[in-house]
Design a protein around this ligand. Structure first.
Ligand code: SAM
Length: 373
């Protein structure tokens, strides 16, 4: 990365992608932080939404004594940061936090990348207002084209006065100063899916807020029949597929897995709200099934895979989900996938499982089934 001579990879490292693991916003933040450190040095700093560790590695290369807290909703970010620290022989004193965990109250400086989801951003600001001391400074990097008066007004409303820097490589850094007024997040709304007698709620960074995804709906309409004893909802979001599985297969244990901690927490909330037996629901914050115990073999995996990572369009996550599903399925077990027809998931499934059948389709989506032989 730039003049730092850091080597940074996206996570996982072997994804086929020509995208880099850092952007000009990272460089811009590090430059501003260096100036701040020259005038008022600090011993601890928190980083929010550092996707693959460009910020963390950049800071710890320059300030090896700096203790760092990393707050992120994505497990792949934590894993990517650890991977890049190791690759660059950096070993800062580091604390990993999920996006709902409180930051260090003594922090006077926080560095943040603006997330794409502004509802999530609003909640992050509200949460910062609950952790930080009055006068604490949050530096927020973003593409210059997304910084406008309404974004600055949103920051002012939920945290404190904000102003934007000059442009550097098409990015700007907003400086927000905490005004000392604590804000509380609104309670998440609940919404009904009457055709399946389900009630759902989503935390702010969860896929498909307050409505069913079209792919999920087709999946719900075409669930496989069978006497399944254990089911994984892989990339569970709010858990709607796994909840439906719990209704249809009343003895099955359901494993909910997602890269987003808020997704896993929402699935757990929804499990409880819909009054399923607690011993049947299992919740894992993970990158696909990386850390699932080998002995947790299942007979059905339901999967509505993502086709992007952050802002990058990619099919490497879908591929990893299919590989991991195959690994976790018992012999004769079934993987059911929904996808946009043009994504050609059937080619991948056929290569991996040696078979693939189309169970349903409409103009845009297909439901595919592959059996582990
Ligand atoms: C298309 S959404 C499907 C959500 C839900 N299952 C549904 O059908 O509405 C894909 C989900 O995959 C999750 N995801 C993305 N990358 C992942 C990864 N590496 N491991 C596990 N889940 C991931 C996303 O957070 C998102 O919740």
């Amino acid at each position: 990365m730039g003049e730092d001579t850091l080597t940074l990879h996206r996570y996982p490292q072997d994804q086929v992608s020509n995208l880099q693991a850092w952007d000009a916003g990272d460089e811009h933040l590090i430059n501003i932080f260096m100036t701040e450190m020259a005038s008022s040095p600090i011993a601890h700093c928190s980083l929010i939404n550092d996707q693959f560790g460009a910020l963390c590695c950049g800071l710890s290369r320059r300030f090896p004594e700096l203790a760092i807290s990393i707050q992120s909703d994505a497990k792949t970010s934590q894993l990517g940061i650890a991977q890049n620290l190791l690759a660059n022989c950096l070993n800062p004193k580091i604390t990993y936090l999920n996006a709902r965990a409180a930051l260090n109250q003594a922090d006077t400086q926080v560095l943040m990348k603006l997330p794409k989801n502004l509802n999530f951003f609003r909640e992050q600001l509200q949460q910062l207002s609950q952790s930080l001391v009055p006068g604490a400074k949050v530096l927020i990097a973003a593409k210059a084209k997304v910084i406008n008066a309404s974004l600055l007004a949103l920051i002012k409303e939920h945290f404190g006065e904000a102003s934007a820097s000059l442009t550097f490589k098409k990015t700007r850094v907003i400086t927000a100063i905490f005004d000392g007024r604590v804000r509380r997040a609104a309670t998440a709304k609940t919404w009904a899916v009457p055709e399946y007698q389900l009630t759902l709620t989503n935390l702010s960074n969860v896929f498909a807020s307050s409505k069913l995804d079209i792919g999920a709906r087709i999946m719900l309409d075409n669930m496989p029949s069978g006497d399944f004893g254990s089911v994984i909802d892989l990339g569970c979001g709010n858990g709607v597929l796994g909840l439906r599985a719990a209704q249809l297969y009343p003895k099955a244990h359901i494993y909910f897995v997602d890269d987003s901690e808020m997704a896993v927490a929402s699935a757990a909330d929804n499990w409880q709200m819909n009054q399923f037996e607690s011993e049947r629901g299992h919740f894992h914050w993970d990158d696909c099934l990386t850390h699932m115990a080998q002995e947790d073999v299942v007979d059905l995996v339901l999967c509505n895979p993502p086709f992007h990572q952050g802002e990058a369009i990619t099919d490497h996550i879908a591929w990893q989900m299919f590989v991991d599903a195959r690994k976790q399925l018992a012999k004769g077990g079934l993987l059911q996938v929904v996808g946009n027809r043009h994504l050609n998931y059937h080619v991948k499934l056929k290569r991996l499982f040696g078979n693939c059948q189309t169970a349903a389709s409409n103009g845009k989506f297909v439901i595919l089934r592959a059996v582990k032989s």
